[in-house]
Design a binder for this molecule. Structure first.
Ligand code: NDP
Length: 240
């Protein structure tokens, strides 16, 4: 089967970057999106367009997708991976941090889905994979707005699946536990960062890598179009 266009948001670090490297090994054409375009360009991946796009800017997001589609054909996989995590207590956290998480983690995902889903519906083929989290099905301390955003992603993915299943389009979510990437570094409260790292060390949940998650995403996509691995929860074996 010929390889079709893969769009990955948040490909400048962490899971997104690992997924891009995995698919590049197999020669897929790709569009990589993030704000730090130089990090994606430095990967020097073949058949790959890198664009500086903030996913909260729907017009820029759509323009980049349409431009890549002119070159490579319609999007076959959208990986809505871009996300931020700013941990804090609901009682004290600055509301701007809540807004940032909801804008990127929820609105960014909804924009992405709307940009590709109508073409997928028409073609009766395609896959959308959204990055939810274990924090999208389970509450954690200091995760108020982050949980709100990721429970949101879990919910909107389920609703979109209902809209698209009859059109043979897959809408899937992956829900990772704690995996070391740049994500925790967004949190502005250093006590919370220290507490999080201490918890990870204490339970021994330190061995799972971003590449383990990337390979799982590739597996979800490469199953036949008739097979929908709807929701995958993945974590370090030692995470409680
Ligand atoms: P990283 O911080 O390493 O990567 C986040 C990516 O998102 C970066 O490439 C960043 O690029 C991009 N990004 C952030 N904001 C925007 C924006 N406004 N527009 C475009 N791109 C943006 O974190 P992870 O790889 O860990 O996280 C990836 C996803 O996985 C996130 O949705 C996260 O919530 C989720 N997740 C992570 C877990 C973990 O433990 N690591 C656990 C569960 C879920 P740039 O800054 O260049 O724009």
């Amino acid at each position: 089967m010929s390889k079709r266009l893969i769009v990955i948001t948040g490909a400048s670090s962490g899971f997104g970057m690992e997924v891009a490297k995995e698919f590049a090994k197999e020669g897929y054409p790709m569009l990589l999106l993030a704000r730090r375009v130089e990090k994606m360009e430095a990967l020097n991946l073949p058949n790959t367009i890198c664009e500086q796009v903030d996913v909260t800017d729907k017009n820029a997001f759509e323009k980049a997708v349409r431009k890549a589609e002119e070159k490579y054909g319609k999007t076959d996989l959208l990986l809505n991976n871009a996300g931020v995590m700013l941990l804090g207590d609901i009682a004290t956290q600055d509301a701007n941090e809540w807004k940032k998480m909801l804008d990127v983690n929820v609105m960014g995902v909804m924009y992405g889905m709307q940009i590709v889903m109508n073409d997928m519906k028409e073609r009766k083929s395609g896959t959308i994979i959204n990055l939810s989290s274990i924090a999208g099905v389970q509450p954690f301390g200091n995760h108020g707005a982050y949980c709100a955003s990721k429970f949101g992603v879990t919910g909107l993915t389920r609703v979109a699946r209902g809209e698209l299943s009859a059109h043979n389009v897959r809408v899937l979510s992956i829900m990772p536990g704690a995996v070391t990437t740049e994500l925790l570094g967004h949190t502005t409260d250093s006590n919370i960062i220290d507490g999080y790292n201490e918890w990870k060390e204490n339970v021994g949940a330190v061995n799972i890598t971003a590449n383990d998650v990337a390979k799982t995403i590739k597996f979800m996509y490469q199953l036949p179009q008739s097979v929908s691995l709807r929701e995958v929860i993945i974590s370090d074996t030692m995470q409680d």
